[in-house]
Design a protein around this ligand. Structure first.
Ligand SMILES: [Zn+2]
Length: 188
């Protein structure tokens, strides 16, 4: 039996004693919450709860704001799976390339990547060339909006201008944070 329910980012869906977190679901101190707008799906066989992003397709333009999850991150580029275009959910399943330039002021000189695998990031579409979507996080409102602790896996809080901290284990990580990083529910 599958119950249907629409979830918003941050919505509590279940507790971790009941279900395992599946796609687009994260474990917030035992509360399973949604990362996206979409339909809640319960798999009773695997005892897994997941959220399928709501369907809404759009064509990207330069200057659009997109929000997605980091699927891969290296020193100079990241791969982002896009879930929202201009705050509207999309399930097109497309990925884009985030260009990670070294930040002004030399703060990133030690080479800490500004985004990490699994982060939710808000980006601006910088260029669309030969079907390749290039994104940037240079502006104040763009950057990481939600991050998991690399040490214990819990959601992180703001610990400074471009620093995320984990209240659970004390871990501190550098990120390029969006101005509203740390607010729940996450605004796409
Ligand atoms: Zn932690």
């Amino acid at each position: 039996m599958e119950k249907k329910l629409t979830a918003l980012p941050g919505d509590k869906l279940a507790v971790s004693e009941e279900y395992l977190p599946g796609l687009n679901v994260y474990d917030d101190s035992g509360q399973l919450r949604s990362l996206v707008v979409g339909t809640v799906q319960r798999d009773q066989r695997k005892m897994e709860i997941s959220v399928r992003p709501a369907v809404k397709a759009g064509t990207l333009k330069v200057g659009d704001v997109v929000t997605g999850q980091v699927e891969a991150a290296a020193a100079s580029t990241g791969s982002i799976r896009i879930y929202y275009v201009n705050e509207t959910p999309t399930d097109k399943g497309f990925t884009a390339t985030l260009m990670l330039r070294s930040r002004e002021g030399g703060r990133g000189a030690r080479g800490a990547p500004p985004v990490k695998l699994g982060d939710i990031v808000r980006c601006k579409v910088q260029s669309l060339v030969n079907g390749i979507i290039h994104l940037s996080v240079d502006e104040n409102e763009t950057g990481v909006v939600f991050a998991f602790c690399g040490n214990c896996g819990r959601p992180m809080q703001r610990g400074g201008a471009n620093r995320a901290k984990c209240d659970e284990c004390g871990n501190v990580e550098e990120r390029k944070l969006a101005a509203d990083f740390g607010k729940v529910p996450v605004r796409p």
